[in-house]
Structure formats: structure tokens, C-alpha cells
Write a protein that binds this ligand. Structure first.
Ligand SMILES: Cc1ncc(COP(=O)(O)O)c(C=O)c1O
Length: 398
């Protein structure tokens, strides 16, 4: 391990070199079936030819200019997002955390310009993850992200997803500004909320003048087989939504979307970014959006996800002593495990497959949306071998 990098990551001993579609290669030419995909970021797999072409063409033209000028790519990508969602306006940044920061600022500012500056409380949920910046760790459900970084900032309330009465009571408080929730919790372990849950909270927010923020950083951009996870349900649209990850197909882009009403406080001088929405990012973002938003891509993702989940459920029956549950939505799949999830990730790697960790001792499968049927079968074959191996090692350890 290198000691010239800040030691904040628990890195696997895999020295990456290149990627192609669903496969990741190390510097020695070994390859792995990649079901991490930059944690749901390389939505179209590695080195998609259309993204490579867009990047190369734009690299020869113009990389970066300040947001004091009009950037046509921003307007084009914003319009695509607006045409396919609830939103009227878009702001581009560089990451999921930044998108969350912007979303939270927008919510508080809305109440400020409405003459209710006391409305600052943001209701978040156990198991949620919204990023590593200061506001994002405060909004996140896992208290360990805040440890040693000072007390929780004022205005962040944490509840559990099943606390129906507590949620209703908190939304009705006169100091509440917003609710922030992932329609499918990612880091929390691929936990999908129901349409009923989202509808109840949407209606309560509307009733009490509270803004609803969705964090679709991980669940968005085709991951669940719809462009955005909440679009599986009717009548649950948010006021503000943070997105990132697959939006840039691997190029760092984040954005928050809002209705005109929710965004009304965000006037000149209230927010900004140097790099956000630069021409290079927008060229790749447009190419990624046009591929992901195609019905053909989304239908493919839904079909492969259904195949995968069916086969994974069969695997759960076969290894019922090791797999507790198969869950998630679309291509955001979680396996809740009996063996330690971190140890299983290393074992899976030995069997040529990369999986991500998650809350509640789970591993997540976040493959390319373009995963083929044959590759999906290969995912299951490799996991099967890894589970058989896990059983042998568990028996030895016992
Ligand atoms: C749901 C969710 N929100 C926010 C973030 C933070 O995004 P970033 O790491 O790009 O800042 C993540 C990252 O994993 C995420 O999964």
C-alpha cells in the first residue's frame, strides 16, 4: 500500500489498468467481472465508444470556461433532464456531495425568501448516505461518518424509515425545511422504499409546506431500470433532486434539479462552482444521457436485472446458510449475508468478480446497465463458486 496518499480508503490489492465493457483489468492483464462499476458510476460500463468519442472530440475543442459565460452543453443537458423529470431548472457541480449541498441550500433558502427563516430542519433517515462534505455527513443517517468532526450541526434531524408517527410529527413542525431521502438506499444496503412510503411522505410535505428532496445520486440515471428510481411510482415527485454518478458515465459530474418554485431563492450570487458544468463534462454527460435514457437501454437493464434477481434467488436457496436476502431494485442489487461482507468481497475477488459493500452486512451488485445475458449468468457462476468457498472457509474457522 502506498503511504503517500491519505489513508482514508480501505483499498483492495488490485492495481487497475484499464476497463472494457463489464470487465476491469489490472496492470498484469488479469481481469474481473466488474459489479462495482465505480460504485454505480460507470453506468454504461468501461470505455463506452460513444463516451470516448464525445470526450475526444470535445478535448480538441474547449475544456473549460467560467460560468460567467453561457455554456451551450449545460443548456442542452439541463433541457434533457427537465424534459424527462419534474424539474424546471438544473445546477451542475462535480460530485454527489456537491449536489446534496446545493439541494440543502436551495431548501433553506426557499423558506428564507418565503419569510420563514426559522424553517431550517432537514429530516434524514437511518441507513442513508448523502456524501462526505460537512452538510452531507450531517444529513446522513450513519453517525459514524460524523465521529470526530464536531457535534451534529443544528438543523439535522434523524429518524428511522419505519417510524411513521415520528415522521408525520417531524414534518408538521414549524421549523422543518425539508425531508431528504434516497428512494433506494445505496450504501445502506440496497434498501428500496415502497411507493406507499414515498406517497405518504410526499403528501405530508405538501400539506405542511415542507420541501421533499430525493437523493438519486446512486439510484438515478437508469440504475433501477427507470431513468430515476422514484419514477416507478405515480404522484411521488420531489421538489428538489440531487444526482451524480452515472450522469457523467465516469466523468465527474453532479447536479441538482428543482421546480421553479423550490428554486426561487437561488438568485444571482447565492451559489456557484468553478468547474461545475464545464464543456468537457457536458460533452460526456450529454453522450451518457442519450445512451442511458434510451428506452432500449432501460428495457435492457430491466430485463437483465430480472434475470439476475431470479438466478440470485436460486443461489440464495442453494446457499441459504450464507445468503439471508436478495433485495434492491433493478440493477441496484443487494445480497444480505451471513459471512462478513468485507471478507466475502475479498473471496469474490479471488473468483474473478468484484462486488461492493453495503450496510446491514450486505454486498451490492452494481453492474453495467449494458451487462449481457451471458455476463449475468457468469456473475452468478462466479458468486456460486465464491459462496461454496466461503462455506469451506467458515467450516475451517469454526
Ligand atoms: C446516495 C448517495 N448520495 C451522495 C453520495 C456522494 O456522492 P460523491 O461521492 O460523488 O460526493 C453518494 C456516494 O456514494 C451516494 O451513494
Amino acid at each position: 500500500m502506498s503511504d503517500n496518499l491519505l489513508g482514508v480508503y480501505n483499498r483492495a490489492p488490485l492495481v487497475v489498468d484499464r476497463g472494457e465493457g463489464s470487465w476491469l483489468y489490472d496492470v498484469d492483464g488479469n481481469r474481473w467481472l466488474d459489479c462495482v462499476m465505480g460504485i454505480a458510476t460507470d453506468g454504461l460500463g468501461h470505455a463506452h465508444p460513444k463516451l470516448v468519442a464525445a470526450l475526444e472530440a470535445q478535448a480538441k475543442k474547449l475544456w473549460h470556461v467560467s460560468n460567467i459565460f453561457r455554456i451551450p452543453g449545460q443548456e442542452a443537458l439541463a433541457q434533457r433532464l427537465i424534459d424527462s423529470t419534474f424539474a424546471d431548472v438544473v445546477f451542475f457541480g462535480n460530485s454527489g456531495s456537491e449536489a446534496i449541498e446545493g439541494a440543502l441550500k436551495t431548501a433553506r433558502r426557499y423558506h428564507f425568501v418565503n419569510g420563514a427563516p426559522e424553517r431550517i430542519d432537514v429530516i434524514g433517515f437511518a441507513g442513508s448516505f448523502h456524501g462526505r462534505t460537512y452538510a452531507a455527513v450531517n444529513a446522513s443517517g450513519n453517525a459514524s461518518y460524523l465521529e470526530g468532526f464536531g457535534p451534529r450541526l443544528p438543523g439535522y434531524v434523524q429518524l428511522t424509515l419505519d417510524d411513521e408517527a415520528g415522521i408525520a410529527e417531524a414534518i408538521a413542525r414549524p421549523t422543518t425545511a425539508a425531508v431528504i431521502v434516497e428512494p433506494v438506499q445505496g450504501e445502506g444496503g440496497a434498501r428500496a422504499l415502497t411507493g406507499e412510503w414515498l406517497k405518504r411522505v410526499r403528501d405530508l410535505c405538501t400539506q405542511h409546506g415542507v420541501l421533499l428532496i430525493y437523493d438519486e445520486v446512486q439510484s438515478g440515471m437508469g440504475r433501477t431500470g427507470k431513468l430515476f428510481a422514484h419514477q416507478w411510482f405515480e404522484g411521488v415527485e420531489p421538489d428538489i433532486m440531487a444526482i451524480a454518478k452515472a450522469l457523467g458515465g465516469g466523468f465527474p459530474i453532479g447536479a441538482f434539479l428543482a421546480t421553479k418554485e423550490a428554486a426561487k431563492g437561488m438568485v444571482v450570487g447565492t451559489h456557484g462552482s468553478t468547474f461545475g458544468g464545464n464543456p468537457l463534462a457536458m460533452a460526456v454527460g450529454i453522450a451518457a444521457f442519450d445512451e442511458i435514457a434510451k428506452e432500449e437501454t432501460l428495457a435492457h437493464a430491466r430485463a437483465i436485472a430480472a434475470e439476475l434477481v431470479e438466478q440470485l434467488n436460486a443461489l440464495k436457496d442453494k446457499h441459504s446458510d450464507l445468503i439471508v436476502e436478495v433485495r434492491g431494485k433493478g440493477m441496484l442489487i443487494g445480497l444480505k449475508l451471513v459471512p462478513n461482507n468485507r471478507e466475502f468481497m475479498a473471496l469474490a475477488r479471488d473468483h474473478g468478480i468484484l462486488v461492493a459493500g453495503g450496510g446491514e452486512n450486505s454486498v451490492r451488485l452494481l453492474p453495467s446497465l449494458l451487462l449481457s445475458s451471458a455476463e449475468a449468468a457468469e456473475v452468478v457462476t462466479r458468486l456460486d463458486a465464491a459462496f461454496a468457498d466461503a462455506r469451506t472457509r467458515l467450516a475451517k474457522a469454526a
